[in-house]
Design a protein around this ligand. Sequence first.
Ligand code: FES
Length: 167
Amino acid sequence: MSKSLLDVNQYEEIDKILKKHDMNKHNLVGILADVQDLSPEHYITKEQAEYISERLGIFLSNVYDTITFYSALSDKPKGKYVIQVCNGPCCKVMKYEKIKDAIEKELKTGIGEITHDGMFSFEYSSCFGACEISPAIRIGEKIYGNLDEKKVVEIIRNYRGGTWENL
Ligand code: FES
């Protein structure tokens, strides 16, 4: 393990999180979510993943399998809010490209990028089960459907204005 790449505070913070979760490897998702919250860039570094695997006595591949499986977790820097535009079959029929273009224009950010203020990441998603309200996007765990260009811009602006909880 590359211990020198994490500073002492980070070890202490991660140890506190592990303790909070009773050092229980079955709480791995919660542990990873809490560790991710330590990062202003909302991701889990390689060194953090290695330290968690060592402390819990589990394979590093198990840690990465979990990070990959849960869309809320990431091993790469992300914005505060992750906007996922579905490009699955139903959303394709309902012209998801128009929604994607409207988001790109509003954020001045392309797919796979983070806005300059670190507020949003923007990426594609496969179908997340909202086909009956396609075209749809997901922001974090929240799904928005029956979208048009105007509606999606309004949603993003409300996140910026901090009123997204009411949407
Ligand atoms: S195809 Fe887009 S939500 Fe199912």
